[in-house]
Structures are given as C-alpha cells and as structure tokens.
Design a protein around this ligand. Structure first.
Ligand code: SAM
Length: 376
C-alpha cells in the first residue's frame, strides 16, 4: 500500500508519537488561549458555533477547543488508533453540551455538504504530498463569515531542522538499525533540546517524528504560498508569530485581495531571517535577502529529500552549499551564519562528541499558525 505522510508512520509507531505533554492543564490552556487571541479569535466566540478539525492527533489541543463549548465538533483523522484516543479523551473529559462526530478517513476523502464557523488544521497540511490541494479542500468547508486556522512551514523556518536531518543522514550512512540511530541521535542532540523551553513532547518522539520518519513525498507549505493562493473574499486575520501588518484604513477596504496580499508578501520576505532563527532580535530586513534565503533553503531541502528517497548518503554537495549560504545569511543574521558554519564542520567530521557553541541553540520558528477569514 502507498505510504501516506504521517498516517503510515504513526500507525507503525503508535498514537503516543503525536501526544503532547499535558500535565499542567492550566498552563496548556493558557497557551491555547494566547494562540487563539494571536489568531484574532476571542475564545468565547466559539460558544455555540460549529467546528471542523482535521488531524486532531490524540486530542490534547482539542480538549481546549471542546471546553469553549461549540455546539458541534466534527473531527477527521486518518489514523484509527489516534482518533480513538482522541475520542475517548473528549468523551471522558469534554463538555456534555458538545455534539461530537468522529470520521476516520484521509483528508482528501472527507466529504460533507455542511459548512462550519471554524475549521482547524493544525500541524497537518505541511508535509502532505499536495498541500495546496489539501488546503483548498479544507477551505471549502468554511462558511461565509467563518474562519480557517492552519499551520504553515517554510524551508527557512524549518531550516535548522533540515540541518539536524543532515545529522540523521550522516549517521544513517554508517548505521542501518533504526533503534541504534535513535539512541545515537538522542545522545548527540541532547544539548539542542535543553535550550528549548516549553517543549511539548519528549526529544525521542521529536526525533522519531522529524528526523527518522522516512520521507514520503511531502511538501512544505509556507505563509507565502497561502498568500499567493488567497482569492478575493478571503483575508488574513491573524498569526502566531504576528508580523504581517495591514496599514489600510478600514474604509479603504475593497476586494483587492491581490494588492493586499502582495503587501503582506513583502512583509513576509522582510522577516524570513526571523523565521530562520528564533534568537534573532526581530527587526525586519530587505525583501530580497529573505526571498534568496527562502529559495536557497528550498533547493537544499528538495535535493536532500530526493537523495533520501533514492537511498543516497553522500553529503559533499551540501557542505559546499552550506558554506556559500552562510555568507548570504551573515548579511542578516551573523549568529545564524556561525551556527550553520559550525554545524557543517561538525557533520562533515561525522558528528564527534564535543561541545558546540552555536548549533545546539539554533532553532527556527518551525511552524507558524495563521488564521484566514472568509468574508465574502
Ligand atoms: C502532526 S499530527 C498533529 C496533531 C495535532 N493537530 C497537533 O497539532 O498536535 C498530524 C495528525 O494528522 C493526521 N493526518 C495527517 N495527514 C493526514 C491525512 N492525509 N489524512 C488524514 N489524517 C491525516 C495524523 O494521523 C495525525 O493525527
């Protein structure tokens, strides 16, 4: 059977792979509240509304949405075990006022005539084989006046993870046993996780999900792709992080979505370095640097996954590219450039056990959340 992004791997490794730390419920819900507010959604707005969620995973996030008492909550996930965990979680701890419905199917197979006030697709559009088609399919379930919350990933925001994936390729060239690879990666990457506050799952699960999970033809899906695709009748509502600004006076609003989205795209490319490295103090930079970084990191990602898909481990090309790319990155973010140079040197030396100064602390803003409203 054809391997599906996420679903096949999760079926093999079990539902625990998608589960999130959930011991501090009030801290968890506080973070969700902050996320909803950043997306321009006042949590009480959900009361009595209808919600459709794609890819809820084991449902930790869904407990928050459920607690806001939508009248109807439909959840769609392609993994039976994951969906069952989600459904028993909500049935045991959710609100009795919510009418829930669970559908186990692939996103592309989900059909209904119904449209919803809120559609959610968190951490599940990027890495689909055809993310834009999946996005448009999901968008069709938003009713006029409703909102769509989704997650995006760009090659720049994901680049620190892409470089960590090089570490995986480097070890895979010498060690074939997956458990051994995992143990080795956990050991070498331990200092990388210790700098992350608020990590929602174990390093082992993160490594399995992001580095070991075999490539299944999935594609990245960036804010720029969404903006370029948005038709009239849709507008960007909010985001986390929030950096896209719309300076129009509300009375000047017209249905010129393309013009506005063009301005938002300028703002997007002017902030690529902030997606690339979360340590950077977030002033914006020239649009062209952002576009070049995005395009260069995309070409590295595409070449790497092609190489993985044919089982080739020679990384010499990326050592050269990495050196050139770090010169470009230095213009906008010297600390990131130092981190990339150090990572390349270390990987080239087969990742010896040694203390590194820059690479372990380098994390981008992996995935972003955005909300788009259907106004027409
Ligand atoms: C990475 S998890 C995200 C879970 C949760 N939304 C979160 O943010 O923590 C992705 C979820 O989407 C489901 N999924 C991914 N691709 C799918 C597809 N094409 N069809 C159906 N379910 C899919 C997976 O089974 C998994 O539960």
């Amino acid at each position: 059977m054809e391997r599906q992004p996420y679903v096949t791997f999760y079926d093999e490794y079990g539902a625990s792979l998608t589960s999130r730390h959930y011991d501090d419920v009030s801290g968890f819900w506080q973070a969700r509240t902050y996320l909803f507010l950043s997306l321009g959604i006042i949590p009480t707005f959900l009361q009595g509304r209808s919600v459709l969620e794609f890819g809820p995973g084991t449902g930790e996030n869904a407990t928050y949405t459920d607690s806001l008492k939508p009248s109807r909550y439909v959840l769609v996930d392609g993994s039976r075990e994951i969906l069952e965990t989600c459904s028993s979680r909500l049935d045991s701890s959710g609100s009795s006022q919510v009418e829930r419905e669970f559908h186990c199917c692939l996103f592309s197979e989900f059909r209904t005539e119904e449209q919803f006030d809120v559609v959610i697709a968190e951490a599940c559009i990027p890495n689909q084989k055809h993310p834009l088609a999946v996005f448009r399919h999901m968008q069709s379930f938003v009713r006029p006046g409703g909102v769509f919350i989704l997650t995006t990933v760009s090659s720049a925001s994901w680049f620190s993870e892409i470089v960590r994936r090089l570490v995986k390729v480097q070890i895979a060239s010498r060690v074939t046993d997956v458990d051994e690879q995992l143990e080795w990666l956990e050991d070498r990457l331990r200092p990388h996780f210790s700098v992350l506050n608020g990590m929602a799952r174990s390093p082992r699960n993160w490594i399995l999900d992001n580095l070991v999970q075999p490539y299944t033809g999935g594609q990245l899906f960036s804010i720029a792709t969404v903006l370029e695709d948005l038709k009239g009748g849709w507008m960007l509502l909010g985001g986390s992080p929030r950096f896209l600004q719309d300076w129009r006076w509300y009375k000047e609003y017209s249905n010129q979505a393309k013009v506005t989205n063009q301005q938002l795209l300028e703002a997007y490319y002017g902030n690529v370095a902030n997606l690339l490295d979360r340590r950077r103090s977030p002033e914006s930079h020239g649009r062209d640097s952002g576009a070049q970084i995005e395009s260069w990191t995309t070409s590295i990602w595409e070449r790497l996954i092609h190489q993985e898909s044919i089982g080739e481990f020679d990384l010499r090309w990326v050592y050269k590219e990495g050196v050139e790319l770090s010169k470009l990155i230095r213009e906008v973010s010297p600390l990131t450039a130092d981190s990339l140079s150090e990572a390349i040197r270390w990987i080239k030396a087969e990742c010896p056990k040694e203390e590194l100064r820059f690479f372990p602390g380098w994390w981008g803003r992996g995935q972003q959340h955005i909300s788009i409203a259907r106004i027409g």
